[in-house]
Design a protein around this ligand. Structure first.
Ligand code: GLA
Length: 372
């Protein structure tokens, strides 16, 4: 097995929009959109079927199988459809007796399920922790069991630990996890986005190539629609821009969650911004840190000698002029630094000592600073 997830995993997950209402036709149309509308080319390569794909009971051999009404062709056929188009196949299970939505899960069947997933061509497993034993370190033991079972399949399967407790970053890597959830579920609102996103600031010691803090999937472009959209009620375009910059700066996995078959141009401009994605996917794999302890000013050192900077305006009402001192980023105060605006793909010129930018309410400046 080779080392996986050297940069943060990217893709699409069905949960935020569809909840358990997924089927063969929906998955195929999402896969087609990923390929035809440029998402795959931009790096979003994994299509993950979240909860609700499975039959309510295991088969006569104790194996999981796809709900025949939703997936009449079976799960391997879904994997084949994705692989034929250059996509990776992500699937969901849970360490307890049932998934969070009450379907059969992997407790006591870890080896069999890992083998079944490998046979179907699964490339990514999101593994949840509902209906599972609490306390006494049982969570760590159960995540280790699935991690071990996945490695023993010999197939390259990225392991996404979906247990949003504060301890996860400290043990999930030893359980074989490539990424780990930090909190409960994100909702489609600025309150939720900023809570889970800025809550990840400070966890940079745990992140690096092969291992990523996961503040949950993206709600960009949901605008209050779909399952999680209705829970949060929706955010605005400035807030979605900040959401994306924040996840890029955190080196967080980027899993879209809106109905990507129907995406407006202004949303595509965010999600398909290659310069922003390059910050997220930078091979150094450093998670952005709070400059001078202020979590609304993040900096992320990049492999080419540049530094990405994101400055977030916390105000919902006023524009703000946000400054950043070059010396706090590792430059000398008399250096001449070139500044590029990653949103608009524009060079803003050279600066000395400090950079200040005007930022709209709940929006952010997303910049790259280089000395040459
Ligand atoms: C939990 C997870 C979600 C989703 C659902 C599925 O709530 O945190 O991301 O996978 O379960 O039931």
């Amino acid at each position: 097995m080779k080392q996986l997830a050297l940069t943060p995993p990217m893709g699409f997950n069905t949960w935020n929009t569809f909840s358990c209402d997924i089927n063969e036709e929906i998955i195929k149309s999402l896969a087609d959109a990923m390929v035809n509308e440029g998402y795959l080319e931009a790096g979003y390569d994994t299509l993950t079927l979240d909860d609700g794909w499975m039959s309510p009971v295991r088969d006569e051999n104790g194996k999981l199988f796809g709900n025949p009404e939703k997936f009449p062709g079976g799960m391997k056929a879904i994997g084949d459809y994705l692989h034929e188009r250059g996509l990776k196949f992500g699937i969901y299970s849970d360490a307890g007796t049932h998934t969070c939505a009450g379907f059969p899960a992997s407790y006591g069947n870890e080896r069999l399920d890992a083998k079944t997933f490998a046979e179907w061509g699964v490339d990514f497993l999101k593994y949840d922790y509902c209906f599972a034993p609490q306390g006494g370190g049982k969570d760590v033991v159960l995540y280790r069991k699935m991690g071990q079972a996945l490695r023993e399949t010999g197939r390259d399967i990225v392991y996404s630990v979906c247990w949003g407790v504060s301890t996860s970053p400290t043990w999930a890597k030893t359980a074989g996890g490539h990424m780990w959830r930090l909190t409960g579920d994100i909702a489609d609102s600025w309150e939720s986005i900023s809570k889970v996103g800025f809550g990840a600031v400070g966890l940079e010691p745990y992140a690096g190539p092969g291992n990523w803090n996961d503040p949950d999937m993206l709600v960009i472009g949901m605008f209050g629609k779909g399952y999680v959209g209705k829970i949060g009620g929706g955010a605005n375009i400035n807030e979605y821009r900040s959401h994306f910059a924040l996840w890029c700066m955190l080196a967080a996995p980027l899993f879209m969650g809106h109905d990507l078959r129907n995406t407006s141009d202004e949303v595509k401009k965010i999600l398909l911004n290659k310069e922003a994605i390059a910050v997220n996917q930078d091979i150094l794999g450093v998670q952005g840190y709070a400059v001078n302890g202020w979590k609304h000013a993040l900096a992320k050192p990049l492999a080419d000698g540049g530094v990405a900077v994101a400055l977030f305006n916390e105000s919902a009402e006023y524009n703000q002029i946000l400054p950043i001192s070059l010396e706090e980023l590792g430059f000398e105060s008399d250096d001449t630094v070139y500044v590029r605006d990653l949103w608009n793909h524009q060079d803003l010129g050279t600066f000395k000592s400090a950079v200040s930018v005007r930022v709209e309410p709940h929006d952010c400046a997303f910049l790259k600073l280089t000395r040459k």
